[in-house]
Design a protein around this ligand. Structure first.
Ligand code: FAD
Ligand code: SIN
Length: 546
């Protein structure tokens, strides 16, 4: 257990039965279910809809017919390279169709073809099973429907612009709520709750190149870790091959569906290169395409390659990829006529806060769903479009487990007396650090040493530099931005430590110094847990678990 220490706060927000941290697909779906059993508060940093979910383009993978369920399972396990938890994969593929039907019943408008729904194919899927909405605006449509549904439920209380700093534990080590920063006033408040669901999304902002929105700062992983929760599979970060590369322009995803429709990758000399790397060329697995692009960039000395869709025809492009077309045009690239400069970017965290098949973490009273969670569904590499489905399926599952857990909390528990901040936030020493400068150096280091291609030497360098930055920033967090920076550093440190432990390449984790030998435990998962040290949280302890 981490060191604990009391913390003075200004006011206590009213206690709720269930606290949901985050309002992407996972948080909204969990809140909708939990509202049947009690009062729910949704906490969101910034505005409600902001998060990765609304940017999801390609679609949501779901077996269109009963006989595809087994194949969807096989494809998921094959992509995960032997490190998926087969029980959770079975849950994902078997319960997925009901979750999508539920969205349709609630008003989701998925794209149609002829008399039925349109199903597309993406890399490493053996069947057409990707449902989409608005061409390339699937996430926006799913969030629209969930938000509408949740807004109609009177037992849900909304708190936008409330940044969760840390989880609160009671004296028995049970999660008892969260400590929250009101972004407008700067006031700190504990929010007591009988059960807490972490649905804080991913951590792509840890890297200088990413497809993720600014909110993806790994807060849930960091606060879960500080509260003593096990984190797992942190070495597995998925890098998407194609993010828009234009200096001074926000990084923007160019969906894999474009390659599925025939887009070609070209190096800066104009050469199509993917056939040299894999027989499936542009639709090879994502990690292979990302490494191929990385290699071409090294060979040509360029900072990007190009994605070419000009041969697909302007009418088709505008109808199939309306958001991508309009966004690129805004950045002065007419994709119907010009090559699109692209570079890989950190896209998805396969690892996160460990959960069982019901979404329970290793801390009683704490649950996790969506990208922050590590259910074991993705193993070493996520199959495209499986994450929206995972968020929906496991957030729905969390409901029963959280309700059962909340029922065990004594009715007379006095929150005010028992709230204990999980982490001892020490007093600042010396002069205040230049947080933004540290963040910039940190994100570059993560990209170069803990990115697409890793080595023992690079990882060791990264771990020691990140530990220094950690020590510099940890006691200086007062604003949301400062907390986010510390959280990114914490999550980055966990990725680097796990990546160093895994000495061989598998899935999205590629070691240039892989000797080809397979350690006995190669099929096991790396779990990390905070240990109490004199100065607070120390680097993670490694527990190998099958
Ligand atoms: P998010 O949607 O990211 O929501 C996280 C929420 O937590 C936000 O509301 C955020 O404000 C809140 N939050 C975070 N920290 C705190 C804090 N400290 N305090 C309070 N609130 C906090 N997956 C697919 O399956 N198909 C796709 O086509 C697809 N396309 C993608 C395209 C892009 C550009 C990106 C970035 C991802 C894509 N993914 C796709 C992945 C998928 O979108 C995400 O994995 C998924 O939406 C994550 O949902 P979530 O609910 O876990 O998190
Ligand atoms: C994409 O559209 O390329 C992203 C799909 C995904 O991340 O699953």
């Amino acid at each position: 257990m981490p060191a604990q220490r009391s913390h003075t706060t200004r006011k206590t927000l009213s206690a709720v039965d269930f606290l949901v941290i985050g309002s992407g697909v996972a948080g909204l779906r969990a809140a909708i279910g939990l509202s049947r059993a009690g009062r729910v508060m949704i906490l969101t940093k910034g505005i409600t809809a902001e998060g990765s979910s609304i940017y999801a383009q390609g679609g949501v993978a779901v077996a269109p017919e009963e006989e595809d369920i087994a194949l969807h399972r096989e494809d998921t396990i094959r992509a995960g390279k032997g490190l998926c938890r087969e029980e959770t994969v079975q849950v994902l593929v078997a319960e997925g169709p009901a979750r999508i039907q539920e969205l349709i019943d609630w008003g989701a408008r998925f794209d149609r073809e002829g008399t039925g729904y349109a199903f597309a194919r993406e890399a490493a899927h053996s069947r057409d099973r990707i449902m989409r909405a608005g061409g390339d605006a699937t996430g926006t449509e799913i969030v629209r429907v969930l938000l509408k549904r949740a807004r109609g439920l009177r037992r849900i209380v909304w708190n936008d612009h409330h940044f969760t700093i840390d989880l609160l534990l009671d004296r028995n080590g049970r999660c008892a709520g969260a400590l929250v920063l009101d972004e407008a006033s700067g006031a700190l408040s504990p929010v007591p709750a009988k059960a807490v669901v972490l649905a804080t999304g991913g951590a792509g902002q840890i890297y200088s190149r990413t497809t993720n929105p600014p909110s993806a700062t790994g807060d849930g992983i960091a606060m879960g870790y500080r509260a003593g929760a096990l984190v797992e599979d942190m070495e597995f970060v998925q890098f998407h091959p194609t993010a828009l590369y234009m200096p001074a322009t926000p990084q923007f995803l160019l969906s894999e569906a474009m390659r599925g429709e025939g887009a070609i990758l070209r190096n800066v000399k104009g050469e199509a290169f993917m056939k040299r790397y894999h027989e499936l060329a542009e639709v090879a697995p994502r990690d292979i395409v990302s490494r191929a692009i990385w290699n071409e960039m090294q060979l040509t000395g360029a900072r990007h390659v190009y994605l070419d869709v000009t041969h697909l025809g302007a009418d088709f492009i505008k109808a199939r990829f309306p958001t991508i077309y309009a966004t690129c045009l805004r950045y002065d690239v007419d994709i119907t006529e010009e090559l699109i400069p692209v570079c890989p970017g950190a896209h998805y965290m396969m690892g996160g806060v460990w959960t069982d098949v019901h979404g329970a973490t290793s801390v009683p009273g704490l649950f996790a769903a969506g990208e922050v969670a590590c259910t074991g569904v993705h193993g070493a590499n996520r199959l495209a479009s499986n994450s929206l489905l995972e968020g929906l399926v496991f957030a729905a599952r969390v409901v029963d487990a959280a309700v059962e857990s909340a029922a065990k909390v004594p009715k007379d528990r006095s929150y005010a007396e028992q709230l204990v901040v999980a982490n001892g936030h020490g007093s600042p020493k010396g002069s205040s650090p230049d947080m933004e400068k540290i963040l910039n150096s940190f994100r570059r280091l993560m990209w170069e040493n803990v990115g697409i291609i890793r080595s023992g030497e690079g990882l060791r360098t990264a771990i020691s530099r990140v530990a220094e930055w950690d020590a510099q920033v940890k006691n200086w967090c007062r604003t949301r931005r400062e907390w986010e920076i510390w959280n990114m550093i914490t999550a980055g440190r966990l990725i680097a430590v796990a990546a160093l432990h895994r000495t061989h390449s598998v899935g999205a984790h590629f070691r240039s110094d892989d000797t080809g030998e397979r350690p006995v435990e190669w099929e096991q998962h790396i779990q990390l847990e905070a240990v109490a040290g004199e100065g607070g949280i120390e680097p993670g302890r490694r527990i190998l678990k099958t």
